[in-house]
Design a protein around this ligand. Structure first.
Ligand SMILES: Cc1cc2nc3c(=O)[nH]c(=O)nc-3n(C[C@H](O)[C@H](O)[C@H](O)COP(=O)(O)O)c2cc1C
Length: 335
């Protein structure tokens, strides 16, 4: 299977997309995800208000200059005119798609009527999308949503219809309610129901952890593309595995410890070049948790890594670890 996905005027070579994840899906994550096979990546969610108020940290999230392949810029907010203005800024920055966040469950966001709270105010959601579509010109506008606010009010089909009527060129559906946050299992049935209800591309999201999961999501829901989130952090090999399966190539071997550490160090180096050493080493800690997950002595190694402040210290700590592992030492002592 090697299907092209159409989202408005944008064509994706493979139905493989990575999810927006605040704190993770920066330029470096996106670069490595593209390299591993993602046909489309998303920015972290970006405050529409922050862009308009010229908040420097917010603007840094919108820096797409020179990135390979298409990037979707995800915006959050609640005022149609603010989101319209932010859409213009995202388009000017090079967004291939502009996405509206209707899934963020965080109290800080929903108490402002943003993120998943918009699923409880369909007229507002539709007005926002209509304003964004008008502002985006030829660039497609998409919406990422959840199953609903809670199990009793699960209204994703109704919301999807409303935003598509307002001009959305695709919808991404995470099969959990707002009240579930990230717990329990994602409900893929609601993704199928949305696919049956709207004439645009539907992107299925939630709990894809293997190439087999990706294939099952496509088959069981009929969705046009899969979106992979948490399982891709510190694990570009998952995207490679899904790409191999989608293009009919044999699966690649699981990465060994050396390969994982080499990739983690490459990630760190790219992050240092992007954000400077102090910020990069700090931010790298949370990625390292995933790169090292399941390795022998990973908990101790992590503790040690959390005390380090320079890139060179991290490199030497990981090289020492590797040497000990390769020497077959049973008790890694973290130095
Ligand atoms: C740390 C973290 C940050 C996230 N940030 C965003 C975000 O900025 N925008 C968004 O729409 N979803 C965000 N999500 C939700 C993911 O995009 C995705 O919908 C969810 O993790 C389910 O997919 P998964 O099971 O493949 O992880 C975030 C999830 C996590 C774990």
């Amino acid at each position: 299977m090697n299907a092209t996905v159409k989202i408005g005027k944008v064509s994706l070579e493979l139905p493989l997309i990575t999810a927006p994840m605040a704190g993770y899906t920066d330029r470096v994550y996106r670069f490595l995800a593209k390299e591993a096979g993602a046909a489309l990546t998303y920015t972290e969610m970006i405050s529409a208000q922050g862009l308009i108020f010229s908040n420097q940290a917010t603007w840094a999230l919108l820096d797409l200059a020179g990135e390979p392949g298409p990037v979707a810029v995800q915006l959050f907010g609640r005022e149609p005119e603010v989101l319209a203005e932010a859409t213009r800024l995202a388009v000017a920055a090079g967004a291939a798609l502009v996405d509206l966040n209707m899934g963020c469950p965080t109290p800080k966001i929903v108490k402002n009527g943003e993120g998943a709270a918009l699923m409880r105010d369909i007229p507002r959601a539709a007005a926002i999308v209509a304003a964004m579509v008008k502002a985006a010109g030829p660039v497609p506008v998409t919406v990422k949503m959840r199953k609903g606010w809670d199990e009793h009010s699960a209204n994703v089909v109704e919301v999807a219809r409303a935003v598509v009527d307002a001009g959305a060129a695709a919808v991404a559906v995470h099969g959990r309610t707002r009240n579930q946050f990230y717990s329990g299992q994602a409900d893929w049935d609601c993704i199928r129901q949305v696919k049956e209800a709207v004439p645009v591309a539907v992107i299925g999201n939630g709990d894809i952890k293997s190439a087999a999961d990706a294939a099952a999501m496509l088959e069981r829901t009929g969705c046009d593309a899969v979106m992979v989130g948490r399982a891709s952090i510190g694990n570009p090999w998952l995207l490679r595995a899904i790409r191999a399966q989608m293009t009919g190539r044999p699966p690649e071997p699981e990465p060994d410890v050396k390969t994982r550490i080499a990739m983690a160090l490459r990630h760190q180096q790219l992050l240092i070049e992007l954000k400077g050493e102090t910020t990069a080493v700090k931010q790298m800690r949370k990625h390292l948790v995933y790169y090292l997950r399941g390795l022998r002595g990973a908990a101790r190694l992590r503790q040690k890594l959390y005390t380090l402040t320079t890139g060179a210290e991290v490199v030497s700590c990981l090289h020492n670890y590797l040497q000990e592992i390769e020497a077959g030492k049973q008790n890694y002592d973290g130095v």
